[in-house]
Design a protein around this ligand. Structure first.
Ligand code: HPA
Length: 280
């Protein structure tokens, strides 16, 4: 595959919107409704954007919504593509590099995740403090291959993936809203199968508080480019850690939890946009 021309794709998007946001928000499974809150929106279907892939997953709309939230310009991805859909790690993370070329310096990654931490409940929001990129660590990693130094260094530092100032601001906004906010480590798996109970115990043992099928490679590529990253997981279900438990984990459950999580996520995102100057 020849390298996509990120600058050219960014220029295409710029031709189709009046806005020049510096903040991007990637909406995870079940969170599409959040994009309806964007005002003065210019909308572009992924199918019309060179290099972008339409998502094949229910709950992912597959369009860019560029407009304002609380008077702050935002570049919203209403749905993303995942590795389990058969896209390469480079394809999954292409929008992050396009955002960078577009002039975006901060990306807010949201996702639906299974709770591993025994204290978590469905409907909780978790601020991602750090990640374990299991998919990337075994080589399904968008930074494999020749490195283009104009995109970032060969060996990017990953000590602080999730920006400290943005985490502090999020904690302050949640407190102001009186909204509980969990914190923890997100483990990125490939899916599409949900985990076995033994796998749940494994990812908990290695330090995970929540697990899902997105986010970690996107965060990796964003950090490679020097962008600031904020990560928010909505806990859609509690991962089951014992066999013979009469429960089933399903995508329907993930989407249902979205209805509870969306208003909480929206309140947090609005609060963040209102106080954004403090994050600069
Ligand atoms: N496991 C992995 N991914 C998920 C889950 C889960 O339990 N819930 C939502 N995404």
């Amino acid at each position: 595959m020849t390298k996509p021309d990120y600058e050219q794709i960014a220029a295409f998007i710029a031709q189709h919107t009046r806005h020049r946001p510096q903040i991007a928000i990637v909406l995870g499974s079940g969170y599409s409704a959040l994009a309806d809150e964007i005002t003065d929106a210019d909308t572009l279907s992924y199918a019309d954007i060179p290099g972008f892939q339409p998502s094949t997953v229910e709950g992912h709309r597959g369009q860019l919504v560029i407009g304002t939230l609380e008077n702050t310009p935002v570049f919203v991805m209403q749905g993303r593509v995942h590795y389990y859909e058969g896209f390469s790690p480079e394809e999954v993370t292409l929008p992050i590099r396009v955002m960078y070329s577009f002039g975006i310096d901060t990306v807010i990654l949201t996702n639906a995740a299974g709770g591993l931490n025994p204290g978590f409940q469905p409907g909780d929001l978790m601020l991602i403090e750090d990640q374990i990129n299991l998919v990337g660590m075994i080589g399904h990693n968008p930074l494999m291959g020749p490195n283009d130094p104009s995109l970032g260094p060969r060996f990017p530092d990953m000590i602080t993936v999730y920006d400290r100032r943005l985490r502090e601001l999020t904690i302050a906004v949640a407190a102001e809203l009186g909204q509980p906010l969990r914190r923890g480590v997100y483990v990125g798996l490939s899916g599409p199968a949900f985990e076995t109970p033994a796998e749940v115990r494994f990812v908990r043992l290695i330090g995970g508080d929540a697990t899902g099928m997105s986010t970690t490679n996107e965060a990796l590529v964003a950090r490679h480019a020097g962008m600031r990253v904020l990560g928010l997981s909505g806990i859609s279900n509690v991962a089951v850690d014992a066999v013979d438990t009469p429960r089933v984990t399903s995508h329907a459950e993930v989407l249902e939890a979205g209805a509870v999580i969306v208003p909480r996520m929206l309140a947090l995102l609005r609060g963040l946009m209102r106080r954004w100057p403090e994050a600069a």
